[in-house]
Design a protein around this ligand. Structure first.
Ligand code: SAM
Length: 243
């Protein structure tokens, strides 16, 4: 494995350069450590079918980082990644936004366990992995309406995802949803969710992930007003009966 390190770092660095974001040697090394641990633990936990170096670089690491190029983040922010899985995008974003606070949330205990071990291994501060469902955590005072940013990839169609995400945001806070080519029809299905939860679509961006053929899009949603207390409804209901 060790002999593959240079090759991995070279490919990663080339992709990050194409993304036009600034980076350090330390960040490349951290992503290499992340990759090694992910690959090792995936044998036990079966978190992802994507485990070869190049696909992990493109589909997990660069895909997570691509929003940094699009957006202009200023100041220290509080982020939540809903349904983070093995840390995509939240864990990867944290490595490039070390001053921001990140909360990684997932309903799978084994993935959260993996993330907590990784946080310890990389000796990261200002990041926390929590086991739970978005519907439950969003009703807790310390979590509700307390985040500047929510991000989420591959968790649910937009109308359902909005019910998970918007209650966590402060008014004026933004949600970044990573989406595939079906994003337009998802938006069409989401007007009622947006109205009921007090949010608006702010932007739809076509993403360009270096070396990735797949069409990737970002939907940015802004919270405009307070969300009624009854949302999100109890665990499982948003998915069963989308708004
Ligand atoms: N975001 C990661 C990625 O892009 O690789 C993982 C995507 S995986 C397909 C979806 C993840 O969302 C799973 O790990 C699942 O446990 C989590 N999840 C689904 N519904 C959830 C909910 N209501 N609250 C918290 N996590 C949820």
């Amino acid at each position: 494995m060790k002999s593959n390190k240079n090759d991995f770092i070279e490919k990663l660095e080339s992709g990050i350069k194409d993304l036009n974001i600034s980076y350090s040697r330390e960040q490349l090394e951290q992503l290499w450590e992340y990759y090694l641990f992910f690959r090792e633990e995936n044998k036990k936990y079966n978190m992802s079918t994507i485990t070869e170096p190049e696909p992990v670089i493109k589909k997990h690491f660069l895909d997570s980082l691509v929003i940094l190029k699009q957006l202009n983040f200023k100041g220290r922010k509080r982020w939540l990644d809903i349904g983070t899985g093995a840390g995509f995008p939240g864990m990867v974003l944290k490595l490039f936004l070390p001053g921001d606070s990140f909360y990684l949330l997932d309903s799978s205990a084994k993935k959260v366990n993996f993330l907590n071990q990784l946080i310890y291994k990389l000796n990261l501060k200002g990041i926390d992995a929590t086991h739970g469902r978005a519907e439950d955590l969003a009703q807790i005072k310390e979590w509700r309406a307390s985040f500047d940013y929510v991000c989420s990839r591959a968790v649910a169609p937009l109308n359902i995802l909005l019910e998970y995400a918007v209650p966590f945001l402060k008014i004026g806070g933004l949600a970044y949803f990573y989406k595939g080519p079906e994003y337009k029809s998802e938006i069409e299905e989401s007007q009622n969710s947006l109205d009921v939860l007090g949010a608006e679509i702010k932007e739809q961006i076509t993403l360009d992930v270096p070396g990735l053929e797949a069409d990737r899009y970002l939907i940015i949603v802004e919270k405009k007003s307070e969300t009624a207390e009854k949302y999100p409804r109890r665990a499982g209901i948003p998915k069963k009966r989308p708004l």
